[in-house]
Structures are given as C-alpha cells and as structure tokens.
Write a protein that binds this ligand. Structure first.
Ligand code: MG
Length: 400
C-alpha cells in the first residue's frame, strides 16, 4: 500500500544518499522562533516554499538586473536571474551529492535585498544611511526575511532556518548583522555555533556568477551594446564562439550561451569534487565561536585555476564594456538621482510612505525606515512615486 512520503523518510533519504559534507535538514540548527515540524516537508523544503510565497520574491519580477525593467520584455530581471541561479545551483548540488533543497532555497533568497534599478542605487543608499548602519544588499536580504516580511501573526519575518539565512552572511558575520539591526534578535543563539560555512552557500555564490556572466553576455548581444565579434578578445568567449560558428546568428548565440554555462558548470563541479575529496583543512574556530563570512574562507566549491582566470577576464570585459556602457550608465545616473530625491522627500515628509512603514517610525531610526521602504520598491513603483511627487500633474496627464 502506497503512503505519502513523510518528512522522516525524506530526511533518511538525505542521510543515505548525500555526501558526508552535505547539510542534512534533520540536523538544522533551527529557527529563531520555535515551530512544529511539518509532517511531510523537510525544514529546507519548507523554507524554499516560504520564500516563493513571499512579497519580496514576487517583486523581483520588476527589479532591474542590468537593463532597466521597462527597456524590453526580453531582458533578464532579478526574478529570471534568480531562477537561472536556482537551476545552476540545483544541478551542481545534485552532481556533488550536496543538499539540493537547501541550495534551491538559498538561491531563491540570495537577491531579495536588492534595490530597484540594480547596483548603482545600492551605492546611493549606502551613502544616505551611512550614519544609521549603512546599506548592503546581502545584509538587507537578511533584514527582509527576518524582519520586513510579515506573513505570520506571532513573529516578524519568515522564520527561516539558520542554514538558509547563512546565504546572507557572505560579507558580514551574523554577530555584526545582529548588532547593526539587520537580523532577528533571536539570532543571538546562533552566534556561537562552531560550524563549517556551508558548501551549499558556496554553490549558490558560484552559480550566481555563472548565471550573470552568461545572461549578461546574452542580453548584451541582444541589445546591440556588445557583439560576438567584439567579445572575441575574451579567451573563454573565443573558445565557445569557435565551437558554434556556422549557424544563423540567433541560434549561434543561443548555442554559445549554453556552451558557456555548460563549460563553467562542468569545470566547477569537477574542481569542487577534487577539493571535496581531499582531507579538508580544519578552519580554526575564532574566539567568538563564529565562523568567518563566506568571502574570507578557503573555498571548496571553486573553478579550476585556468577557468578562474578565464572567468576573471570575462568579468573584466563586461565591467568595462557593458556595465559601464554610456547607454547603461545613463539609465543608472537617472535612477540614482530619482532615488536621492525620493529619499529626501520621504525623510522630510514620512507621511508620504505606506502605512506599515510609517508605523515602524516609532521604534526605528527614520533613515533606516525610509531606506527599507525604498529598497523594497520595484523599478516601476519608484518611478510612479517620483512622477507623482515631483512632476506637475499637467505634464503627467499629457504623457499618459
Ligand atoms: Mg544574484
């Protein structure tokens, strides 16, 4: 007689089939607020589902990755970027027998703290709230899932497991994020947990980079700001372009992007397996009892040396020729100016903000609340707000 697969059976499956280096959902350090386990879903599966149903996740659809959201329906947005990261992270986790559900949940969460209009606005917010603890998108991602999402009556945030939340401690430690007000105060109990930084987090970090390299090349070519021929000065592109040449232009581009992803994922999986098979150097436990952020530990999930160099030169090329292309920076300058003026307007007249943000003013510094309000906006909401606050109604009516 068939029966539903129980959580305990899924946990046993993880134990029986995953690498000894994988995170096991049954061994989670748990959540800030106590909850009953689900009878069917593991802790990480449940986190994945909570993230998909969150408001911040839905808003990713209308946030800029590189090309501003209204520039065309065929460019990547933060949502489609996130889904590509999920796909690559799941594949790599599966190849390496690591925890796919955890990698998927982390990938879904990894960009939740991004502002509208991409990285350029991050720099503006950082400057505007520097005295109130600054702004950084990973830290903001944690703030989002810990404090700003409010689907439950009994506690703030999504109450995710410590492991999924650790995707946000890439740049700063949990203790630091807690001190600056980015984390749920219940995080205190996770500060002294001597754990290795998770391999699933390293997978998502690398998958993020593989995804944006390839889709930015793709969108860059499609927009006409880059061309396959110009890109030939990048050795990695030269290699993939040579292997697909001879078809029509559009199918060549598709084949080249597929090959680019495939080469990077395969290289990373093979090199990571080699590193995971070597006896690992124990990472010394610092006095605080907390492991350092992801960025400062020796990585086990990594490209080979040759691919790392190739990857570097592709990134350098994209920086100079796409991210700083006058057509892209023009939009970014415009976005920065808009965000500066919105910040000033809400700071001077907080009653212009949505009610749930006005309510926060009683317990948090005004600069932080305004920053949260702006960071959570989609591109088009920020533009609509700008128009209604600063443009004369007659001009707005004429342009509609
Ligand atoms: Mg990303």
């Amino acid at each position: 007689m068939m029966h539903l697969l129980s959580r305990e059976e899924s946990e046993k499956r993880e134990r029986d089939t995953l690498s000894p280096l994988a995170a096991q959902s049954a061994d989670t350090l748990g959540r800030c607020h106590g909850e009953e386990e689900h009878p069917l879903r593991t802790a990480f599966q449940r986190d994945r589902d909570r993230l998909i149903h969150s408001t911040a996740f839905r808003r990713l659809e209308y946030k800029t990755q590189v090309f501003v959201n209204h520039e065309g329906d065929y460019y990547r947005t933060r949502l489609t970027h996130t889904l590509e990261v999920v796909q690559i992270a799941r594949s790599m986790a599966r190849f390496l027998r690591l925890n796919e559900d955890l990698a998927e949940a982390m990938a879904l969460a990894h960009d939740l703290g991004h502002t509208p209009f991409g990285h350029s606005v991050e720099a503006v917010l950082q400057e505007l709230v520097i005295d109130a603890g600054g702004f950084e998108h990973n830290a903001q991602g944690l703030r989002c899932v810990d404090l700003l999402e409010t689907p439950y009556p009994d506690f703030p945030g999504l109450n995710l497991t410590y492991e999924v939340r650790s995707i946000f401690t890439k740049k700063s430690s949990m203790a630091e994020l807690l001190r600056k007000g980015y984390a749920d105060p219940g995080s205190q109990r996770f500060i002294r947990g001597p754990r290795q930084p998770l391999l699933e987090a390293q997978i998502v970090d690398l998958a993020d980079s593989i995804a944006y390299n390839s889709h930015d090349v793709d969108d860059g070519i499609k927009s006409g700001l880059l061309s396959p021929e110009m890109l030939e000065e990048v050795p990695l592109w030269r290699e993939v372009w040579k292997s697909v040449r001879g078809r029509d232009e559009s199918s060549c581009r598709h084949a080249a992007i597929r090959e680019l992803i495939n080469l990077q994922v395969t290289d990373a999986a093979e090199e990571s397996l080699r590193r995971m098979s070597q006896p690992s150097q124990p990472i010394p436990v610092p006095e605080s009892g907390e492991y350092p952020p992801l960025g400062v530990i020796p990585r086990q999930i990594e490209f080979s040396t040759a691919m790392r160099d190739s990857d570097r030169s592709l990134k350098d090329y994209l920086h100079s020729n796409l991210y700083h292309h006058p057509q892209v920076t023009r939009q970014m300058d415009r976005a920065q100016e808009m965000i500066r003026r919105l910040f000033q307007a809400y700071f001077q007249s907080p009653e212009q903000m949505a009610p749930q943000f006005r309510m926060r003013l009683a317990k948090e510094p005004k600069a932080r609340v305004v920053c949260d309000y702006i960071a959570g906006m989609t591109d088009r909401f920020a533009e609509d707000e700008y128009i209604s606050l600063f443009l004369p109604p007659s001009l707005v009516a004429r342009n509609r």
